[in-house]
Design a protein around this ligand. Structure first.
Ligand SMILES: *[C@@H]1O[C@H](CO)[C@@H](O)[C@H](O)[C@H]1NC(C)=O
Ligand SMILES: *[C@@H]1O[C@H](CO)[C@@H](O)[C@H](O)[C@H]1NC(C)=O
Length: 397
């Protein structure tokens, strides 16, 4: 569920907060007001190549077509952490010969789409050109997607070879964008690759890239491991398809069951605490790499805010003290194990003397989203087959 900030300089408070509501996939939209307290950060403005998700940092590995293949049966895709942990993207190659794109990997959706030469307005992006690919096959059906943050894209389907971390998926259905909403124009990404379940592809019956990695025998284990870095450390990140990278986490992996009934990586949080103070019990959440912040229900968000002395901006976001030295970690319990978001990640961004919290809410929303704020502190191995996740503290926690 791409639910991301449109560039830390503008989007945090002006974007529309919207999510697909739990049952039936209806879109709830809560327009956020522009907040007068919020001043654009110089750093963000300078680095503003884009709109929705990661951080501006040059990663030489991105020049390797399709990322790097590691050991047999796995494929590693390094990602760039755009701006200050806003979004993460890596290179995906499509076609023969390979055309390379900057793609946002999103566990909260299941479509793979890319800007194409059919889109006359997609000029800020690298566009897929079907006439230059010998493996392109037309499909003719149309597609259209609306994400939780209000962004949209639409176009036509095709199939082509898609190379992910050196693993070449044959006849992958791809969605060629003829149109994309304006927020994408300022976003560095050329498209998205959904890592959710195939029950929520916008055109039904499509196999996701992970489905095909499994069915074409390109990965030996039906998993992918996700490491999202922190800008405050070294940034970057890595998606490892077919395996997990033990150099990216510490401690013991804990298994948490996944409820895929809504097509997302759904988990049950049995308790949420700020230090030892309870702020929530037994609620449903999703693990979503495509969402920047932690999104809670309004009730829970307000309890979390009270525990940190944060003040409600009235638009779903909170202003918080810039001194995190007395902050306690935010502790999630899932299947009897605890997982932390430490004090340094409770502040999402400092802008002059104003700090914005890394948690927010969207009125009327019943599902919580454990976005990048959770995932940059916790390494997660997603297992589509069981389904389940295994989680351990990230090396950046
Ligand atoms: C829950 O945790 C227990 C003990 O840590 C583990 O053995 C079990 O497999 C987990 N349950 C599921 C459904 O993943
Ligand atoms: C999974 O989620 C659905 C919808 O939210 C719910 O109805 C169902 O009871 C859940 N299943 C389990 C095993 O928790």
């Amino acid at each position: 569920m791409k639910f991301t900030l449109v560039s830390s300089s503008i989007a945090l408070l002006v974007t529309a907060l919207a999510v697909e509501a739990a049952p039936g996939g209806k879109i709830l939209s809560v327009p956020l007001q522009t907040n007068g307290n919020y001043k654009p950060s110089i750093k963000a403005s300078l680095a503003k190549v884009a709109a929705k998700y990661s951080k501006h940092k040059i990663n030489p590995l991105l020049n390797v077509p399709g990322g790097l293949a590691s050991t047999e049966g796995t494929g590693s895709v390094p990602v760039i952490d755009y701006e200050i942990d806003i979004e993460y993207y890596g290179t995906v190659s499509i076609g023969t010969p390979a055309q390379n794109f900057k793609i946002d990997f999103d566990t909260g959706s299941s479509d793979l789409w890319v800007a194409s030469t059919l889109c006359s307005t997609c000029t800020t992006h690298t566009r897929y050109d079907s006439t230059k690919s010998s493996t392109y096959v037309a499909d003719g059906r149309t597609w259209s997607i609306a994400y939780g943050d209000g962004s949209t894209a639409s176009g036509i389907l095709a199939t082509d070879t898609v190379t992910l971390g050196g693993l070449a998926i044959k006849s992958q259905t791809i969605e060629l964008a003829k149109k994309e909403s304006s927020s994408f124009a300022s976003d560095p990404i050329d498209g998205l690759l959904g890592l959710g379940f195939n029950t929520i592809t916008t055109v039904s019956g499509i196999k996701t890239p992970v489905d095909n990695l499994i069915s074409q025998g390109l990965i030996t284990s039906p998993v992918f491991g996700v490491y999202l870095g922190k800008a405050s450390k070294n940034g970057g990140g890595e998606y490892l398809f077919g395996g997990s990278d033990s150099t990216k986490y510490t401690g013991t992996l804990k298994t948490v069951p996944v409820n895929k009934s809504q097509g997302y990586w759904g988990v049950t949080v049995s308790s949420l605490k700020v230090g030892t103070t309870s702020v929530g019990t037994s609620f449903s959440g999703i693990l979503d790499t495509g969402t920047t912040l932690l999104i809670f229900t309004e009730t829970i968000a307000k309890k979390v805010a009270a525990a940190y002395g944060a003040t409600d901006n009235g638009d779903g976001t909170f202003i918080i003290s810039c001194d995190s030295s007395n902050f306690k970690p935010l502790v999630f319990t899932m299947n009897g194990s605890t997982f932390n978001v430490p004090a340094d990640s409770i502040i999402f961004e400092q802008d002059g003397s104003t700090c914005f919290a890394s948690f927010a809410y969207s009125s009327g929303m019943s599902l919580s989203i454990l976005g990048d704020v959770f995932l940059k502190n916790n390494y997660v191995i997603f297992n589509q087959q069981v389904p389940s996740v295994q989680i351990a503290p990230s090396i950046d926690q």
